[in-house]
Design a binder for this molecule. Structure first.
Ligand SMILES: [Zn+2]
Length: 292
């Protein structure tokens, strides 16, 4: 199952205990994917347009709990009139009175996410969005998120206005607001894993570039020493340089510190550096003038 599907399953399982929160969640669901249909005989039906069956079931459970209606009824029925007055037209922003309390705002966002939200797998990318039915509902959600310190942006896509959140931290925050604890934990784990991987990658890259530097310098040194050996003769060099040349050729990949320990008597890194540089200069001179 997709990460988005898992988050929704978790939210479907949450039923707010108080009526005010149930109304708010129903409003969130209805204003994101609700539908009202009237048949020729005057029968009105209320529905939820989503491909996830458990979301539709949750919508009907909320309708039953709050208005004691079961989806299809006569348009003149009192319960339907009450429903319409309270919850409002699905394409319009929700009545601010319904989302006055913080508990109700959370419930509303939960319903709204179930109706038109989705979130990417955090192992791949951080992206959560609500595909809103219009500009006003989108602005309302952005303002609501802002109250919870969550920065959301909007963009137009075909006939919808998309509200999206791209920061990993903000998505975690929003899961907390919607009380999706399982999703929050999974997202945090993915973020930690990503951070660790990035650090390891950076360290490996850094070490690789150091190794490349060492190998680059050493292959030049070995080349110089071989040039001297073949065109002049190592035995004619002073003892300290002759020894240095032999140790370098035998240990082409060792760092300078290690080379110094192989000399007799041992010398430090800067001593090794100095001798290798002298060998390099000799090779250059030999190439240019034919003698050292
Ligand atoms: Zn409430």
């Amino acid at each position: 199952m997709s990460f988005s599907g898992k988050v929704k399953d978790e939210l479907i399982g949450k039923m707010p205990p108080s009526r005010h929160c149930q109304l708010a969640e129903l409003a969130g669901l209805f204003h994101s994917c609700g539908q009202i249909g009237v048949s020729a005989e005057g029968t009105v039906s209320v529905g939820f347009s989503t491909e996830k069956e458990p979301i539709v079931r949750k919508g009907f459970t909320l309708l039953k709990k709050t208005f004691n209606i079961v989806g299809e009824f006569n348009e003149k029925e009192a319960s339907f009139m009450e429903f319409l007055t309270k919850i409002g037209n699905p394409e319009e922003p929700v009545n601010p009175l319904l989302i006055k309390n913080s508990c109700c705002q959370r419930a509303f966002l939960r319903g709204f996410f179930l109706g038109c939200g989705s979130v990417s797998d955090p192992a791949k990318t951080y992206h959560l969005e609500f595909v809103c039915p219009g500009e006003e509902p989108a602005a309302q959600v952005v303002a609501l998120l802002k109250d919870f310190d969550i920065d959301a942006k909007t963009t137009e896509r075909r006939k919808s206005v998309v509200v999206y959140v791209k920061e990993g931290e903000s998505i975690v925050e929003l899961f907390g607001v919607m009380e999706a604890t399982g999703a929050l934990m999974e997202m945090e784990n993915a973020r930690i894993l990503k951070e660790v991987n990035n650090t390891v990658n950076r360290r490996v890259n850094c070490e690789m570039s150091n190794i490349r530097k060492i190998v680059g310098a050493s292959s030049r040194q070995v080349e110089d020493i071989k040039y001297i050996r073949d065109n002049y003769g190592l035995e004619k060099l002073p003892e300290s340089l002759r020894q240095m040349a032999a140790v370098r050729i035998e240990n082409p990949e060792s760092p300078l510190g290690e080379l110094g320990e192989l000399l007799d008597p041992p010398v430090g890194k800067s001593g090794v550096n100095h001798r290798l540089r002298r060998l390099g200069e000799m090779a250059d001179r030999l190439r240019e003038t034919g003698s050292i």
